[in-house]
Design a protein around this ligand. Structure first.
Ligand code: 4AZ
Length: 702
C-alpha cells in the first residue's frame, strides 16, 4: 500500500496503511481488512475522492489480457480483484478501532453450525465502546439474536448498538442501528461470514446492557416452485430470507406458482405490507415483479390481499434498502378468477372480502376503511328516519349523530343509571365524580382520560373568519413552533409536559432527523418571542411513514427540558382523541400556524394565524385526491381560501368537543395540492388512529 499510494497523485495526503483484521476468504486465501489513512486539509479546491483511491489501487494491480480471470498481481502477490471493496470511514471510526481508549474488543470465532455463542455485556461506568467481531466458517452466515438491550433512548446520540455487515465499522456497511431500549426478541443476518457489533455509550449514568447470542447458519436459497391445490383459500406461506429474522440487503427471491385449473388465479396475502404500482422513483422497501409487472412494497399496519388472475404466476422479490428490513410473511392460495370474493361480499381496497352487511356499519372491517366509504352515514341516518339495521351506530357509547340521536334510548344495551359515569368500554361506574378524580374507576381508564388537557384560559369566539386571521395570546396554548438550525420550519402540538406531536415529513433526511439541530418554541404568538424554548432530546418518526404518499405522517418529540406549571397560562397540552373517536364531515375545526399566508408567498407569518376549516367527507376527498389512506383526513373548504400551507406542517388541527368543550388534536397538518385551492382541501394525519402508538411511548397522556 505504501508503494502504491506514495507514488500516486494523492501522495501528499497519504499517511499509512494499517491492517485491522485478517480472515479467510472464500477461496482458500486470506481476506485482509485494512485502513488506508489519508489526511486531507479542509482547504477549498482539493480534489479527493473515494472512487479515485480505489482506482489507484486497481490500476497498480497487473492483470493479464490473455488470462481473463479476476486474479491479478501486486508486487508478486496474487490479488482477487473482486475482493477489493473500498468504503469511506470516519476518523472517529478509525481511531476507535486502532486500540486507544478501549479495552472492550472481542474476537469471537464460531465453528459449529447453529450453536449459540452468548454475547452479554453491561457497562457500568465511563465512556465506553465495545466491539464484538463475529467470525464464522467461510461460506456461512451469521445470525445475531438480541433478547434485551438497555440503552438511553435519544436517537443514538448518547448510546447505540450498531450491526455491521463487515469486520470494520464502516458506515456504508451498517445493517441496522438500535437507538432505543427493548426487551423484544430481534435477530439479524449478515451477507457473509463476518459481522461487527458495536455498543457505544458516551456517558454512563445508568447501567447499559446488552444480551443476546450469535450463531452460524447456512446460506439459504430464496424462492421455489409451488403447485397450488385446487381449493380456494390460503394454503401456504412464503417469507423473506431467513424468516423470522430481519433480512439482509442484496436479497433476491423467485417463486413460481401454478394452479391446477385455468379459472383459478393466485392470491397473496401480505402481512403488514402492501405492494403498489412502481412509479418513476425507485422502491425503498423492496421491489416486486409479478408476471412482468413492477411494484414497490411498503410496510403498513394491516394485511392486504393481491390477486393475480392467471394460473401461472411468477413472483420475483428484490431487496432495495441498504439496511436490514423487517421480516415479511405472505400467505398464498388459489382463488376463482371470475369471482374473487364469496357471493354477497364486498371487495375492499385492501383486497380483503367482507360481507355486504359489514359495509357502512362504522366498523373498519377492511382495515383501510374502504367499506365505510360512499356511505354518507351521519347525514342520512341520524335524522328522524334512523336506520336501525346499522346496529353498531346505536348505543355503542359513541355519538355518531351530531344530535346524539344514536345514543339516546339506549336503556337495553347500556344500562347506565342516572348520575353514573359511562366508561369507553360501555361499563357504568356508580361514582358520581368518577371522571378526573385521579382514581382509575373504569377498567379501561377512560374516566381518567383527557383530564388535564384541551382547555385554554382564552374565551374562544365562534364567529367565522375568512382566510386566516391573527390569533390572540394564549388562544392556542398547545401550538409549538419547531426551529431547525434556528429557523422556523414546522409546527407541533404539546401533548404533555415533555412530549410534542408533529408530522414525520418534517424530519426526513440525515440532518433533519438529528434532534440536536431542533428547538421547540412554546407559549408563543409572535415568532421569536416564545415563553419557553427547549432543545429536542429525541425524535420518534413512525416506522411506517411513507415519503411517497405521506401515509403515517406522524412523529413524537421529547423535549430536553419539560415546561413548568408556572407557564400554564400560555402553555397547555391538547387532548388526544381515543381510537374510537370518529370525525364527522361538516364539523368545524381550527388550523393554526406561522406558515405561508398564500401559496405563492415565500414568507412565513410573524403572528400566529388561525383559520376555521370544515371536516370534508372522506368519500369526497378520496374522489379528489385518489390516494387518501385510512391514516388521513381532509379539512378545509371545497371552495378554497381557508387552509394550511407550507410551514404549518406538523401543527394542530384542533376540534372542540361539543360535550365538555375540551379541545382535541384531531389532525396534524400533513400535505395538500397547493394551498387554499378550490376542491383541494388540506390533508391531515388522523390522530385517533395512533392512540396505541402514542401510548407506547407516552403512557402518561392517557
Ligand atoms: C406543506 O408544504 C403543505 N394545503 C402543508 C399543508 C398543505 C399544503 C402544503 C395543505 O408543508
Amino acid at each position: 500500500m505504501n508503494r502504491v499510494y506514495t507514488k500516486s497523485a494523492f501522495s501528499k495526503f497519504y499517511k499509512q496503511s494499517i491492517v485491522s483484521d485478517v480472515s479467510n476468504n472464500n477461496n482458500g486465501g486470506l481476506l485482509i481488512h485494512f485502513w488506508i489513512v489519508f489526511v486531507v486539509p479542509q482547504a477549498k479546491g482539493q480534489v479527493f475522492c473515494e472512487d479515485c483511491v480505489a482506482a489507484i489501487l486497481k490500476d497498480s494491480i497487473q492483470t493479464s489480457i490473455t488470462n481473463r480471470t479476476s486474479v491479478g498481481s501486486l508486487q508478486g502477490l496474487a490479488v482477487d480483484m473482486d475482493s477489493i471493496v473500498l468504503s469511506v470511514g470516519l476518523r472517529s471510526d478509525y481511531s476507535s478501532t486502532t486500540g486507544t481508549g478501549t479495552n472492550c474488543i472481542y474476537d469471537l470465532h464460531a465453528d459449529r453450525l447453529h450453536q449459540h455463542f452468548p454475547l452479554d455485556i453491561s457497562i457500568t461506568s465511563g465512556r465506553m465502546i465495545c466491539y464484538f467481531k463475529l467470525i464464522a466458517l467461510v461460506g456461512h452466515l451469521i445470525r445475531l439474536s438480541i433478547s434485551a438491550i438497555q440503552i438511553e433512548a435519544d436517537n443514538c446520540i448518547t448510546d447505540s448498538l450498531t450491526i455491521y455487515d463487515a469486520l470494520m465499522p464502516i458506515k456504508s456497511r451498517i445493517l441496522y442501528r438500535i437507538c432505543e431500549p427493548t426487551n423484544s426478541f430481534l435477530s439479524f443476518v449478515s451477507t457473509n461470514n463476518l459481522m461487527l457489533v458495536t455498543l457505544k455509550s458516551t456517558q454512563v449514568q445508568k447501567v447499559k446492557e446488552f444480551h443476546g447470542y450469535f450463531e452460524i447458519i447456512p446460506q439459504e436459497k430464496c424462492g421455489k416452485v409451488i403447485l397450488a391445490l385446487g381449493n380456494t383459500g390460503f394454503e401456504g406461506r412464503i417469507t423473506s430470507p431467513y424468516y423470522p429474522s430481519y433480512y439482509p440487503p442484496k436479497c433476491i427471491c423467485a417463486w413460481n406458482f401454478q394452479t391446477p385449473q385455468k379459472n383459478l388465479g393466485i392470491a397473496l396475502k401480505f402481512h403488514n405490507y402492501t405492494i403498489s404500482e412502481k412509479s418513476i422513483k425507485g422502491c425503498e422497501h423492496g421491489w416486486w415483479k409479478i408476471n412482468e409487472h413492477m411494484y414497490c412494497g411498503y410496510y403498513i399496519d394491516h394485511q392486504t390481499i393481491f390477486r393475480v388472475g392467471s394460473a401461472a404466476v411468477n413472483v420475483e422479490f428484490q431487496c432495495s434498502s441498504k439496511l436490514s428490513e423487517q421480516p415479511l410473511l405472505v400467505e398464498y392460495g388459489s382463488y376463482n378468477i371470475s369471482q374473487p370474493c364469496p357471493l354477497g361480499s364486498f371487495v375492499c381496497h385492501t383486497g380483503l372480502c367482507v360481507q355486504q352487511t359489514q359495509r357502512c356499519d362504522a366498523i373498519n372491517d377492511c382495515f383501510d376503511e374502504s367499506d365505510e366509504l360512499f356511505c354518507d352515514v351521519s347525514r342520512h341516518e341520524c335524522n328522524t328516519s334512523f336506520l336501525t339495521q346499522h346496529h353498531s351506530l346505536l348505543c355503542d357509547g359513541i355519538n355518531d349523530c351530531e344530535d346524539g340521536q344514536d345514543e339516546q334510548d339506549c336503556t337495553e344495551s347500556v344500562p347506565c343509571a342516572n348520575n353514573t359515569f359511562k366508561c369507553n368500554n360501555n361499563m357504568c361506574f356508580r361514582k358520581q365524580n368518577a371522571k378526573c378524580d385521579g382514581i382509575i374507576d373504569c377498567l379501561d381508564g377512560s374516566d381518567e382520560n383527557n383530564c388535564r388537557c384541551g382547555s385554554t384560559k382564552y374565551g374562544h369566539t365562534h364567529h367565522r373568519i375568512v382566510g386566516g386571521s391573527d390569533a390572540q395570546e394564549g388562544e392556542w396554548p398547545w401550538q409549538v413552533s419547531l426551529h431547525f438550525g434556528g429557523v422556523a420550519y414546522c409546527g407541533a402540538s404539546v401533548i404533555s409536559k415533555e412530549w410534542l406531536l408533529s408530522a414525520a415529513h418534517c424530519f426526513q433526511g440525515n440532518r433533519l432527523s438529528d434532534p440536536r439541530i431542533w428547538t421547540a418554541h412554546l407559549g408563543m404568538r409572535i415568532q421569536g418571542k416564545a415563553k419557553f424554548i427547549s432543545p429536542v432530546r429525541r425524535i420518534i418518526v413512525h416506522k411506517y411513514y411513507n415519503n411517497r404518499n405521506y401515509d403515517y405522517d406522524i412523529a413524537l418529540l421529547q423535549l430536553s427540558t419539560p415546561w413548568l406549571d408556572t407557564m400554564k397560562w400560555l402553555i397547555q397540552p391538547i387532548c388526544l382523541p381515543p381510537s374510537t373517536h370518529r370525525v364527522h364531515s361538516g364539523e368545524k375545526c381550527w388550523v393554526t400556524g406561522w406558515g405561508q399566508k398564500h401559496e405563492a408567498d415565500d414568507e412565513i407569518s410573524a403572528i400566529l394565524q388561525k383559520a376555521e376549516v370544515e371536516i370534508i367527507d372522506q368519500t369526497l376527498c378520496h374522489s379528489t385526491y385518489g390516494l387518501i389512506t385510512a391514516r388521513m383526513l381532509c379539512a378545509g373548504m371545497m371552495s378554497g381560501k381557508r387552509d394550511s400551507c407550507k410551514g404549518d406542517s406538523g401543527g394542530p388541527l384542533s376540534c372542540r368537543s361539543k360535550g365538555d368543550g375540551k379541545w382535541f388534536l384531531t389532525g396534524i397538518v400533513s400535505w395538500g395540492y397547493g394551498c387554499g385551492r378550490p376542491n383541494f382541501p388540506g390533508v391531515y394525519t388522523r390522530v385517533s388512529n395512533f392512540a396505541t402508538w402514542i401510548h407506547k411511548y407516552v403512557p402518561s397522556v392517557f
